[in-house]
Design a protein. Sequence first.
Length: 471
Amino acid sequence: MNTTHVIASSRPMSTSNSLQGTNIVGVHYRVGKKIGEGSFGVIFEGTDLLNSQAVAIKFEPRKSDAPQLRDEYRSYRILAGCPGIPQIYHFGQEGLHNILVIDLLGPSLEDLFDMCGRKFSIKTVCMTAKQMLHRVQTIHDKNLIYRDIKPDNFLIGRPGTKTASMVHVVDFGMAKQYRDPKTKQHIPYRERKSLSGTARYMSINTHLGREQSRRDDLESLGHVFMYFLRGGLPWQGLKAATNKQKYEKIGEKKQTTPIKELCEGFPEEFSIYLNYVRRLGFEESPDYDFLRELFSKVLKNMGEPEDGVYDWMMLNGGKGWEASQGGNYQQPSAPRRETPRRASQQQLGSPTAPSPAIVRHGSKQANRLTAGTAGIPASAAAQIGVPAPTPSRRASALNTPQHPYASTANAIHTASGDFRGTESAINPSTADANGQTGVMTPAALDNVQNGFDQQQDPPRKKGFLDIICCR
């Protein structure tokens, strides 16, 4: 499947002129209601006037300190046509903003997790895990690493479409090339790297400031799987005087939590998964087929069919999650705080509709310029209320009774990357090319989102492409 990227319109100028003043951007995209905003931009629902297709339109200030829209666009072009990757229709400039037009999708896995009472069945986790592994392998096969694995960035399709049950991956603002596309030369191993990602799910090596590679995406996935099964992770809710101290506590808790303890009460294959990915070398190619087969084996052992029936499809008496919208599948117009919403949901014991996502975790609001003032033209973006630019910072041996990786289920992952039965201190040192020897101090918090677990603090905010779901 080829993806068309509309950069310049072939429509006659007279037609284009007739559309001016009617909230039209990119020549033939009408901007609808706002579905989210933050220091990185504003997101609107929209309509392609050529075919009446619903789209999402992101506006990003062109003078942002850390612009990401162009890089995201490049990532989407690299991944164009791959299953589970949203299609990009247009990238360009509109007044003081860059704009990106993308497929409108359904709710995120985090939203569905909320609706299902913050627990997924083993069957749903296994089927979802296989889809997520396919998406991540696709990204890796295209020479990219994602670096921000979290449930908020995986969305299902819109109801009534042929991809309604397909898990899509969105928001490539932190993606990075890990090898040369032509020579396949891997990036070098480094330490003392600024952190990127979400603290709750990031790998132990990322906490330690080590250059990320494919293994780190896969370890983050493993943390997401256990989050879905358990309803939370042991390093959530930690208290500290400062964000930096809280972040360090999260990293230490991850290192000192044995995999067996983390996966206790669930099929052995989940601990096998985590042991496997945590022992991968920095440049080592993962065996994705082996990892997917682990979850196929769980389903087979449970006598569960891989029928594509997920927990959220069984809500509301089998009518599915959409029925909780009262037949009106629209994004709420105003954000609600996540913590009160979840607390209320847990008390009532009933699923709720997904709240609107905002922007990337940890973004900081700053004073905004006002479009239309002296020296600032009133562009189409200004006509629909898009704020002018503001500085922002963002910053396969499965048949054996006891699998070899299961033998380390009691181990504690130390700062050195080794597995041992005792805790280890985090001290400065060096590591070899595989990143599996030596220990060091945790890296700076420059790019870590919130620098700590987000759930117990300000309302959970999502990456901008996380909010392109039509609710």
